[in-house]
Structure formats: structure tokens, C-alpha cells
Design a protein. Structure first.
Length: 161
């Protein structure tokens, strides 16, 4: 079976020959176009089936990723719980260090910032993030407004159902 590239190239060549023949579609050209159309239909069917298979495969991968992420979360929570239990025990006995083989266990002091109410934090400590509002820009352009650096592009998308 021909490749999609070869089918489209052959179609373009036939169309050029028809144009060179002043647009007259002879029975030979008509037969050739039918053959190319049948080949394109078969190739398109194969593409759609393959795309469906790959889509299903991706869905299975996504499910496996979710399963592994859930397993990872369970284990992270377990580790955190064990660390908290160990820290509680150490706090009862006081600070100390344990070295066992290549593993070393010790406590250290650290500090963390607690923000009780973000609305009370002065402006000089706030981070302001801005980004374009695409929906508003699109609506403005459709309404006839010119927005610098923006335009609406028409796209052609493939729909497989």
C-alpha cells in the first residue's frame, strides 16, 4: 500500500494534468481519481484505527500513572508519619545523635515563617503576577477592537469519533 505522502502527491499530479488539459476530466483521469480516492480512504481508515489504538494506550498509561502516584502518596505519607513519630520520641528524651552504619540520625533547629493573614502583609512583600486574559482579548478582537501584538488565527482540526 502506498504511503499517505505518495497518495497526496499522486492526487496533486493528476490535478495538475487535468488543469493542463484545460480542466477536462477524461474517463482516464476519472478512473485515476477514483483509485487515488479509494487508496486515501483506506489509508485514512488505517490512520484512524492506529490513532484510536494509541489513544487507548495513552489512557492505559494515564491510569497506571495515577495508580503509581497514589502508591507514591501512600508511601510519602507513611514516611512523614514515621518521621513525626520518631521526632515525638526524640523530643520526649531530648536531643541526641545516633550513628548506625552509614545512616546517621540527629535533630537540628530550624525556623519557618507563618503567615496568619495574607491580606495584612504590606504591599512591598507581595508578589504580583500578571498574564494576558486570552478570553477578554479574543472577545475584544471579535468585537472589532485592535489589540497590539494579538490576532485570531483560524485553525483546521481533525475530529475522530
Amino acid at each position: 500500500m502506498k504511503s499517505l505522502y505518495n497518495i497526496t502527491t499522486e492526487f496533486a499530479e493528476i490535478m495538475q494534468e487535468i488543469e493542463a488539459n484545460e480542466g477536462e476530466i477524461t474517463p482516464i483521469y476519472e478512473a485515476a481519481l477514483e483509485i487515488v480516492e479509494d487508496e486515501l480512504e483506506q489509508k485514512a481508515t488505517n490512520y484512524v484505527e492506529f490513532i484510536g489504538d494509541r489513544t487507548a494506550f495513552i489512557a492505559r498509561i494515564d491510569e497506571e500513572v495515577k495508580r503509581l502516584q497514589a502508591l507514591k502518596k501512600v508511601n510519602k505519607n507513611l514516611i512523614e508519619r514515621l518521621k513525626n513519630n520518631l521526632l515525638s520520641a526524640v523530643l520526649q528524651f531530648g536531643d541526641f545523635t545516633i550513628t548506625k552504619g552509614l545512616k546517621k540520625f540527629t535533630t537540628r533547629k530550624s525556623q519557618s515563617l507563618i503567615i496568619e493573614d495574607e491580606t495584612k502583609v504590606p504591599g512591598k512583600f507581595q508578589i504580583v503576577e500578571t498574564k494576558p486574559n486570552k478570553a477578554a482579548i479574543k472577545a475584544a478582537i471579535k468585537a472589532g477592537e485592535t489589540v497590539a501584538g494579538c490576532y485570531i488565527q483560524d485553525n483546521k482540526n481533525l475530529s475522530i469519533k
